[in-house]
Design a protein around this ligand. Structure first.
Ligand SMILES: [Fe+2]
Ligand SMILES: [Fe+2]
Length: 312
């Protein structure tokens, strides 16, 4: 046991990857299953707010882009559930835990999409924040998770650009379109900052995750990186970020920003966000409606396996 632990520690220290066949501490496995499952659930639930606009996209081109983007998110969910399965988790069980409210997904998806500008702002800010969070995960110590993240991040960066391009088109449009973009930015800015999780002083698991090299940067570091990246993009776009305290601090070499309303974050996390109940109810319905597909696929696989057995 001590030998196994020493080998694990040495692998982490050498910045090498832990693979499914390797011994790992139970806490490491549990932490990863929780994080990867939560990430997978977020990808799947995250299809809902934007899926809401597929039928109402203003042009065929916008519809095709949005369809492709929402479909990518389904793919991300599937890679991630597969990564969780390499740790011994059962995908059906993870889904049950989500539906029972026992596992979380990112709180950002509990906010409604009220206008078409939200599709652009989600791509720009929400996928943008996801990229800041996820690029360091490409170097996560657990091999299957790190490899899944490489592909996911490539697609996320496409998502971010399509959002920004949509907003640029709207900002070059009419006054009403510009007002729509600004109104949407006003609603999504603060929830996007909350995507990085609680402040470091209130994030008890961060230290252990960093020691295991699952996490490479703290919540506050990543949040700062996102703000620094986004402010010039907002300027280029011609929108105002809704924070009177936002300004460049030459001493720190970073943008200062205002206090985040953590009571809102906690309320949404606890289930009191505007769409929590709706998102889970929709997911539950989709799961129930899909039961016959899963049963048919399983029956077909079994039949096929039996045939091969007979042939052999
Ligand atoms: Fe995604
Ligand atoms: Fe995305």
């Amino acid at each position: 046991m001590d030998d196994l632990q020493a080998q694990f520690d040495a692998t982490i220290a050498a910045d090498q990857r832990i693979e499914p066949r390797d011994w790992m501490p139970e806490g490491y496995r549990r932490t990863l299953i929780r994080q990867i499952a939560q990430h997978a659930h977020s990808e799947i639930i995250g299809m809902q707010p934007e899926g809401n606009w597929i039928l109402r996209a203003p042009t065929l081109r916008r519809k095709a882009i949005l369809l492709a983007k929402v479909q990518d998110e389904a793919g991300h969910g599937l890679y991630l559930y597969s990564a969780a399965e390499t740790l011994g988790a059962d995908r059906a069980e993870l889904t049950e835990l989500l539906l029972a409210g026992k596992q979380k997904y990112s709180s950002i998806f509990n906010y409604p999409t009220l206008s078409y500008a939200d599709v652009g702002v989600i791509g720009w800010l929400v996928d943008g924040a996801a990229i800041c969070n996820q690029v360091p995960l490409c170097r996560c110590s657990y091999g299957p998770y790190a490899r899944a993240m490489i592909r996911i991040c490539k697609e996320e960066s496409f998502h971010q650009r399509q959002g920004y391009e949509l907003l640029m088109a709207m900002m070059q449009g009419t006054d009403e379109q510009r007002a729509m973009v600004q109104e949407s930015v006003n609603r999504w800015w603060w929830p996007s900052l909350m995507m990085f999780g609680p402040p470091d002083s209130d994030s008890p698991n961060t230290q252990q995750s960093m020691a295991w090299k699952i996490k490479r940067h703290s919540n506050d570091e990543l949040r700062q990186r996102f703000v620094d990246m986004t402010v010039p993009q907002a300027e280029a776009l011609g929108v105002t970020l809704p924070d009177p305290d936002l300004r460049w601090n030459p001493e720190r070499g970073h943008y200062d920003f205002g206090e985040i309303d953590w009571s809102e974050f906690k309320a949404v996390l606890a289930g009191a966000g505007p769409c929590n109940a709706q998102r889970l109810a929709h997911r539950r319905r989709a799961h129930e409606n899909g039961a016959w597909v899963r049963e048919a696929a399983a029956a077909y696989a079994e039949k096929h396996a039996r045939k091969q057995e007979v042939a052999a």
